[in-house]
Design a protein around this ligand. Structure first.
Ligand SMILES: Nc1ncnc2c1ncn2[C@@H]1O[C@H](COP(=O)(O)OP(=O)(O)O)[C@@H](O)[C@H]1O
Ligand SMILES: [Mg+2]
Length: 313
């Protein structure tokens, strides 16, 4: 895997070919222009004839504002090759809680089900649950690449949130693996009991265990693909504080094996401080930087976004 990273890092300098990652996250501090850049790049992919899904994982969705159109939970077509989605995290969470409740009803004694459902309701309201539901939706979208989508462009919430999102699949894997092991033991105990009393052992399929294994496989696939098929394009504005935060994010991403794409320096004013922009270029010399000017008006709507990309220097 390391070899593959190195090869891709070098390939950044040459025109992008088939090695171009199919999943692209736009990340960075709040307000730097992640949503704007994610939308502009998604339009660019679509204009190149690539079937592109642009999806927001920021609970405070703003793709609709940037594209000047109303969006929703299911992908809305925008032009020929572009679909845009602002997932409804609450609805996804409700679906998930219902699913877990149904699974519990199959696997657990009836007497404890009311307590389980009370517990589920509390858990669903807890911190991080909407985030985790969004991560699930993202994993679903990732599974549709490349069959349904050539490119998946992800508009992320500010840095800390994105880092958690990227690490979530591998954080959840041991937990799901543990649940599966417990379930296996319970199923084995049942089988043993059936054997002792002389019943049939034919019916060895356990639907809950199958589900846990399927979930574990999905998490493992996602964790691997986030490193192999995805890149994070950090966006920043030429300011010292923003550079400092972006520097830390870049270090953490690189240290944990994520691929960093070309960095976007956005909202560069005509009278930019030469020292600051010099530091930004030097810090990200390895990934390469592109610069986008601070425009006099907010770049809103497909035409303004396309126009912004033509100015990328
Ligand atoms: N190059 C630019 N020039 C001028 N305004 C910009 C530029 N890029 C983004 N903006 C504006 O900056 C604000 C924040 O952009 P947004 O994409 O929502 O940032 P983020 O998603 O990082 O919070 C918006 O009002 C947007 O229109
Ligand atoms: Mg945004």
């Amino acid at each position: 895997m390391l070899l593959r990273f190195r090869r891709t890092a070098r390939a950044e300098k040459v025109p992008k070919g088939p090695e171009e990652p199919s999943i692209v996250f736009f990340g960075g501090k709040g307000g730097v222009g992640k949503t704007t850049m994610a939308a502009a790049h998604a339009l660019h992919f679509a204009d190149r004839g690539l079937r592109t899904l642009l999806v927001s994982t920021d609970p405070a969705h703003s793709l609709g504002d940037v594209l000047a159109m109303s969006l929703g939970d299911s992908p809305v077509p925008v032009g020929e090759n572009l679909w845009v989605r602002e997932p409804d995290a609450d609805a996804a969470l409700r679906r998930r809680v219902r699913q877990i409740g149904d699974d519990a009803a199959q696997a657990l004694p009836r007497e404890i089900l009311p307590a389980v459902s009370r517990h589920l309701e509390h858990a669903a309201a807890g911190p991080g649950m909407a985030e985790s539901a969004l991560a699930d939706l993202l994993m679903d979208a990732m599974e549709e690449v490349p069959d349904r989508w050539d490119r998946l462009v992800v508009d992320s919430a500010p840095t800390g949130h994105l880092l958690r999102l990227l690490h979530l699949p591998e954080l959840l894997t041991p937990w799901v693996r543990g649940l599966a092991r417990q379930r296996e033991r319970a199923v084995d105990a049942d089988r043993f009991a059936v054997g002792v009393i002389g019943g049939t052992q034919e019916n060895t399929d356990d639907p809950l265990l199958e589900k846990l294994h399927a979930r574990r496989r999905k998490l493992e696939r996602a964790a691997a693909r986030l490193r192999e098929d995805a890149e994070v394009r950090l966006v920043l504005v030429p300011r010292r504080m923003v550079l400092a935060e972006t520097d830390r994010a870049a270090k953490e991403l690189a240290d944990t094996g994520f691929r960093l794409g070309t960095v976007v320096v956005n909202q560069v004013p005509a009278d930019v401080d030469p020292e600051v922009i010099g530091d930004v270029r030097a810090r990200f010399a390895e990934q390469g930087t592109v610069e986008s000017p601070l425009t006099g008006h907010e770049p809103i709507g497909p035409e303004a976004l396309r126009d912004l990309l033509t100015h990328l220097a």
